[in-house]
Design a protein around this ligand. Structure first.
Ligand SMILES: [Zn+2]
Ligand SMILES: [Zn+2]
Length: 348
């Protein structure tokens, strides 16, 4: 079928709407895009020279919801269904996948990186890993589950965070903000840190027990405040989980600096820049720092359940814009003129 997508031809140059022919191969589907969220990672590819695995020209966008409109051999049962397309789709059959390490599957498909992505009318993706969503749900808003909600969800699952633990999110943007809600839904005491008051204010009504603007706070003082917060709730340092969700060098330095004895740090955000840290703190504190890439498709149904049951609110944190605004939307996000996660919606 004919599909149209906004191609990046040169980094930083306006994307161009281009048509192409797509057909679902064996085990594949074509999803008519309902919405595609714009992620910090897309800005990295577009502005910061982060290389995509498939060279340009490429349609970006990996936070996709939609409806299956064409199915290849072996995927017919998906036809007509409403789905969220995971940002990372492991192959399911390679040694990494068979070992339960699908996140590092060398054959994984990441739309808008390995193949044309969701800033388009349609995407062609493997059926494997698609997450069905209930009919009648707001399919456009559910797009953010594909990455902004699921990425912190996997980090939180790996941290072993439980009810009554403390979770600290360094960076309260799209990913961090939804991380706050997930952690709160699991019964944790949540601290949200950011340098943007508007982002913090929104989270006070959605799961954060404390929201601190740390623009002018020394690390030493911040460590004290986190420790006091945990002590007041009777939570030891080894049940305090830190999540770096800012994807900035300053945020990474802060998050590492907040590790204490037996602590756990999840590196969730991405920046191509380096930071200097004293790695020996991990040894001295018997602490763990762990990265996390995407989210395993098998975790998605639980995330959809939390959203459908109202334990994670999407609407206050998303802003819908027409897909044709993709170039100005990238500019606005790059200039930090938008507080919410933008979901681009193809014109009817
Ligand atoms: Zn992303
Ligand atoms: Zn694999």
């Amino acid at each position: 079928m004919r599909v149209a997508g906004w191609e990046v031809r040169e980094p930083g140059r306006p994307m161009v709407l281009a048509e192409r022919e797509e057909r679902a191969g064996a085990g594949e589907v074509i999803v008519e895009v309902a919405g595609c969220g714009v992620c910090h990672t897309d800005l990295g590819y577009f502005y910061e020279g982060v290389p995509t695995r498939h060279p340009f020209p490429l349609v970006l966008g990996h936070e996709i919801s939609g409806r299956v409109v064409e199915a290849g051999d072996g995927a017919a049962s998906w036809l007509g269904r409403s789905v969220v397309v995971p940002a990372v789709i492991p192959c399911g059959t390679c040694p990494a996948c068979l070992d339960g390490r699908g996140s590092v599957c060398p054959k994984q498909i990441f739309p808008g990186n390995d193949v044309h992505g969701g800033f388009a009318t349609h995407v062609r993706v493997p059926a494997r890993g698609l997450c069905p969503v209930p009919e009648g749900a707001d399919l456009v808003a559910l797009a953010v589950i594909a990455d902004a909600v699921s990425t912190p969800y996997q980090a939180i699952a790996r941290s072993g965070l439980g009810a009554g633990d403390v979770a600290v999110f360094v960076g309260a943007g799209g990913v961090g903000g939804f991380g706050v809600q997930v952690a709160a839904a699991l019964g944790a005491h949540v601290i949200a840190l950011d340098v943007d008051d508007a982002k913090l204010a929104a989270l006070r009504e959605h799961g954060a027990a404390a929201t601190w603007n740390v623009a002018a706070t020394e690390l030493k003082e911040l460590r004290k405040r986190v420790r006091r917060f945990a002590e007041e709730r009777g939570v030891p340092t080894w049940r305090t989980k830190i999540f770096e969700t800012s994807g900035t060098p300053a945020g990474q330095a802060t998050a590492f600096g907040l590790l204490a004895h037996g602590g756990w740090l999840g590196v969730v955000g991405f920046t191509p820049k380096s930071v200097e840290v004293r790695l020996s703190n991990l040894m001295a504190f018997d602490a763990v720092a762990q990265g996390t890439w995407g989210c395993a498709p098998e975790l998605y149904p639980e995330i959809v359940r939390l959203v459908v049951e109202g334990k994670i609110a999407l609407e206050p944190f998303v802003e819908r814009r027409p897909l044709a605004s993709v170039n100005t939307t990238f500019e606005d996000l790059h200039a930090r003129r938008v507080a919410r996660r933008v979901i681009l919606v193809p014109e009817a």
